[in-house]
Design a protein around this ligand. Structure first.
Ligand SMILES: [Zn+2]
Length: 328
């Protein structure tokens, strides 16, 4: 039996009710993150879906807005982005997302890659700071993306990049490196220390809790989330159970739980609902119990972290409730 909690990282882009009924069954609330992903519907359409779900399931869903790059390269880019954000925030979004397309997709007029610390984005960050608006960011990719297949830490990444060599950055040295991605993000946080920022996916430093801890120490206005990266904590718990447990306890006010389940209509609605239920139970078991477990992403077994009840409650509920302004 799961306690009341929040899955603070999903992408709900369809009106299917099965996932919401599953949330009602387990008394789960959710944060849907509207994102500028080419194969998603537009940011405005994503928002319209959430508004309809909110009407039907009051109090269950909050959402994050974003801006697109349709005007990229034009002089009014930042101004238009801010207008797009103002619209989303006025409609009820509780923060702003920047996705990894910034860092992989856009170049300046000299043909150089544009990264998140480029001056062109400064008016946007200034606007967020001045209005105390939360920014959440997925910058870069798991470090495995830049490693040869045999050095990757989890089978799930190895399988994915074997079948998608076009995204395997180890093979594409013309793109920014892992270090470039991480440095650009750190620079941005350095330049805007008052900016409230959530480094999603363990700041893309999933391979090392020490690296994640260093960011949380250096940038006190930041949080991190576990979305789609719990397996990397489980992997580190095989050799360093105590270290992973201490990390969760030390940063109990800064870590937020989420699954990163995407419902874009490509998977059957009942399957999405069952996937959510499975992940919620599996992840809760890892953080809250001391059972010996194994994960589909790698070989071997590890023990649940058996965190104190109040720590589990913060990671699974209280931190997200405060940060993303849930009413219950
Ligand atoms: Zn996501």
């Amino acid at each position: 039996m799961l306690p009341k909690f929040i899955d603070a990282h999903v992408h709900f882009n369809t009106l299917s009710e099965q996932k919401m009924e599953m949330a009602v069954k387990h008394d789960v609330s959710l944060l849907s993150i509207n994102t500028n992903i080419p194969f998603f519907i537009s940011i405005e359409e994503q928002e319209a879906v959430i508004h309809q779900l909110q009407k039907k399931y009051p109090g269950r869903l909050q959402y994050i807005t974003s801006f697109d790059f349709k005007e990229w390269g034009k002089p009014g880019f930042a101004k238009r982005a801010i207008q797009q954000l103002e619209r989303g925030l006025a409609n009820g979004a509780v923060g702003v997302k920047i996705w990894k397309d910034l860092g992989f997709d856009y170049k300046d007029k000299n043909g150089n890659w544009v990264m998140i610390d480029d001056p062109v984005f400064e008016p946007i960050f200034q606007y967020l700071v001045e209005n105390d608006i939360l920014l959440i960011g997925h910058q870069g990719e798991p470090r495995n993306c830049w490693l040869p297949l045999e050095e990757m830490t989890v089978d799930s990444d190895r399988d994915y990049f074997r079948s998608h060599p076009e995204y395997h950055m180890y093979l594409h040295r013309e793109f920014p490196s892992y270090e470039d991605q991480m440095n650009a993000r750190d620079n941005m946080m350095k330049k805007f220390p008052q900016l409230r920022y959530v480094g999603l996916h363990l700041f893309s430093m999933e391979w090392s809790i020490a690296e994640v801890a260093r960011r949380l120490e250096e940038y006190p206005n930041t949080h991190t989330d576990l979305a789609e990266r719990v397996c990397h904590l489980q992997l580190q718990a095989m050799d360093n159970w105590q270290g992973v447990r201490d990390f969760c306890i030390r940063y109990q006010d800064r870590i937020i739980y989420g699954t990163d389940v995407i419902d874009d209509g490509s998977v059957e609605a009942g399957e999405i609902a069952r996937r959510l239920e499975h992940l919620w139970q599996f992840h809760f078991q890892f953080f809250a119990t001391d059972q010996v477990m194994s994960a589909p992403e790698f070989k071997g077994s590890f023990k649940g972290l058996n965190l104190p009840r109040e720590v589990v409650e913060k990671i699974f509920y209280t931190n997200a409730k405060k940060l993303y302004q849930f009413s219950k």
